[in-house]
Ligand binder design. Structure first.
Ligand SMILES: Nc1ncnc2c1ncn2[C@@H]1O[C@H](COP(=O)(O)OP(=O)(O)OP(=O)(O)O)[C@@H](O)[C@H]1O
Length: 248
């Protein structure tokens, strides 16, 4: 696509969210989860988002990915203001530009791994044969080359998580948004996946945003935003040699 990320200060900004407010429910049961979130992620970086359970991280990710609408605030993704787009246009924008890895994997149980991973390519009109070949290539990159014919229920939780990661990466989206991508992974596979994210994020025009509680992966971040009670309270630059420790 032709949108160019805007420059802010010395950095190109891939994602710029300002004043995001989001509530669930109404009347007496109304819960305001995001209370004016300002959040930036730069072009070419891995940005992590941490914070206590229930502080609004997943809600913010869903709004950045355009799967949930904010009540107030603006969101630019690679220079495109997605909060102003109609549902249909946002869905198309997401399909072309965003890979979303959900906490719950959301794999289709009746499809095998390669078919699951092919879905974003098929949506873009790639032929099934080409889509499956590309899907198998990406499955091999996440260490599941031999398992492409398995159905999700024939895989462990960690293997399913890697299939979900392959599906989010297969169409080479510019923005990858991940909710706890390493939660079900052992150290070896967690490192494999993070290496892959690093390769992706470092390419200009790309960006990876990760919500995580996994302090084993903090050293892979360029910056870490800390969230509390519906707001970003601090943003740290990461010292690779001495990644920060957060307590939840
Ligand atoms: N669809 C919804 N309807 C009502 N309440 C919701 C909905 N989605 C989230 N919430 C509430 O919003 C709050 C924030 O949830 P969210 O999932 O964003 O938190 P989180 O920081 O990602 O938590 P965790 O680290 O436990 O995943 C929680 O109190 C949750 O119960």
């Amino acid at each position: 696509m032709s949108d160019t990320p805007p420059n802010r200060g010395d950095h190109k900004i891939a994602v710029h969210a300002k004043g995001i407010v989001k509530s669930f429910g109404d009347g007496g049961s109304k819960l305001t989860v995001l209370k004016g979130v300002d959040f930036d992620a730069r072009d070419g970086e891995i940005m992590m988002l941490v914070g206590p359970s229930g502080c609004g991280k997943t809600t913010l990710l869903s709004i950045l990915a355009g799967t949930l609408r904010a009540e107030q605030g603006s969101i630019e993704v690679f220079g495109r203001q997605i909060d102003k787009l109609s549902n249909g246009v946002v869905t198309k924008f997401r399909a072309e530009n965003i890979g979303f890895i959900f906490q719950s994997f959301n794999l289709i149980p009746t499809l095998n791994c390669a078919e699951n991973v092919s879905v974003p390519l098929l949506i873009q009109g790639v032929s099934p044969r080409k889509a499956e070949a590309k899907a198998r290539e990406v499955l091999a990159q996440v260490g599941l080359g031999e398992r492409w014919k398995h159905r999700p229920n024939q895989l462990s939780g960690g293997q399913q998580q890697r299939v979900a990661i392959a599906r989010a990466l297969v169409h080479e989206p510019r923005l990858i948004i991940c909710d706890e991508p390493t939660a079900a992974l052992d150290a070896k596979n967690g490192a494999l996946v993070m290496d892959l994210f690093e390769k992706i994020a470092r390419v200009p025009g790309r960006c990876v945003i990760i919500v995580t509680h996994d302090n084993r992966i903090f050293s892979h971040a360029d910056r870490i935003a800390q969230m509390d009670d519906g707001k970003i309270v601090e943003v740290h630059d990461v010292d690779r040699a001495e990644p920060p420790v957060f307590h939840h």
